[in-house]
Design a protein around this ligand. Structure first.
Ligand code: AHG
Length: 337
């Protein structure tokens, strides 16, 4: 058998990281291993979505008033169960569930962390074989260990995240996660069923040439946003332009591209939906954390995403995220209007 010694699996990597913290308990490593396991299970189902009768509308409507696909529910259950059976998570909040789930058993009550996730973001793309993803944010609980976790544990500012990450189920499946120490990406090797380190120490380029926004809403955006989009279109060769517009409709895939290649992703408020569409807790905060650790920026147009005080579990916020210099230019347009 040909053994490639250069391969470092997700588990090996997180265990190696522990060596930098002599007092670490290994709970975060174990939590990431659990998330990786759930991701592999979801990946199997996503890959056969076109083949089996799991594809299509489930018929129910989630708490956001959106149509739920069967895979959303499958993914939600996988992440929830794997975290419940693990030793590191006291409870979860999910896009698919109205309320938090407090695991409340002997082991979970001793656990250090709570996790918020969107189990399958971009699920409108499942039917047409386009990338979708999972997003997660990990918080140290505020409630006392030994007791059940509670809602306050989930209403922390994004800046309090201990780790955040996403899985993109695309041309290949990748898990990217960040701690304050850095952002690392792992590609799933289907032949051995392991996430292997493929993108060590990811840095978001300070500028890219792609802007990502739903152009159909252009006339519903505030003037500053319109001005920035127009500036992207008007750039010429002397300043790296004109920028290319790309919008998959899967935030995970759109922001992932910007993180690796440089770029900006926007989901602004519109005249009819001033807070936009994206959820602070399990969409914006995890990505803001990851992109900031990688050197980029994320705001709601006025304030750093990570400093927004959450008021409800499912609140929405406008989202602007990406390469630092592009974010600076955007902010210039927003301030002038
Ligand atoms: P959903 O999971 O309901 O398909 O939503 C996906 C999110 C996000 O991933 C994407 O960037 C955005 O919604 C697209 O929304 P629009 O179609 O309104 O542009």
């Amino acid at each position: 058998m040909n053994f490639n010694r250069k391969i470092l699996t997700l588990d090996e990597f997180t265990i190696q990281q522990l060596r930098n913290f002599p007092h670490a308990t290994g709970e975060l490593s174990s939590l990431l291993r659990d998330l990786g396991l759930a991701a592999k299970r979801v990946n199997v189902e996503v890959n056969k979505a076109g083949l089996v009768d799991i594809l299509g509308d489930h018929g129910s409507v989630n708490v956001q008033g959106e149509e739920v696909k069967k895979l959303d529910i499958f993914a939600n259950n996988q992440f929830m169960k794997v975290l419940q059976h693990g030793v590191s998570c006291a409870g979860i909040a999910s896009e698919e569930l109205d309320d938090i789930v407090v695991f409340n058993d002997e082991i979970s009550n001793q656990s250090k962390y709570v996790v918020m996730f969107d189990p399958l973001d971009g699920s409108g793309n499942i039917d047409v074989n386009i990338s979708i993803g999972t997003i997660f944010g990990v918080y140290r609980r505020l409630s006392e260990r030994g007791t059940p976790c509670n809602e306050k544990d989930f209403l922390q500012k994004g800046i309090q995240q201990v780790a955040a990450g996403y899985i993109v189920y695309g041309s290949s499946t990748m898990l990217v996660y960040a701690t304050r120490r850095g952002v690392n990406g792992f590609t799933l090797d289907p032949s051995i069923g392991e996430f292997c380190l493929s993108h060590p120490d990811i840095k978001c380029p300070p500028v890219g040439n792609i802007y990502s926004v739903n152009h159909g809403n252009f006339f519903r955006y505030e003037k500053g946003v319109q001005e920035y989009i127009t500036a992207c279109q008007k750039k010429d060769k002397t300043n790296g332009g004109p920028y290319t517009q790309r919008y998959i409709g899967s935030m995970v895939a759109d922001v992932h591209r910007g993180l690796i290649k440089g770029g900006i992703f926007m989901y602004p408020g519109t005249t009819d939906k001033p807070n936009g569409k994206l959820r602070l807790a399990y969409e914006c905060n995890p990505f803001a954390f990851i992109v900031e650790v990688a050197g980029g920026r994320a705001t709601n147009g006025k304030q750093r995403i990570l400093e927004i005080e959450p008021t409800t579990l499912h609140q929405r916020v406008p989202m602007f995220i990406g390469s630092k210099d592009m974010m600076d230019e955007l902010e210039g347009c927003l301030i002038n209007n």
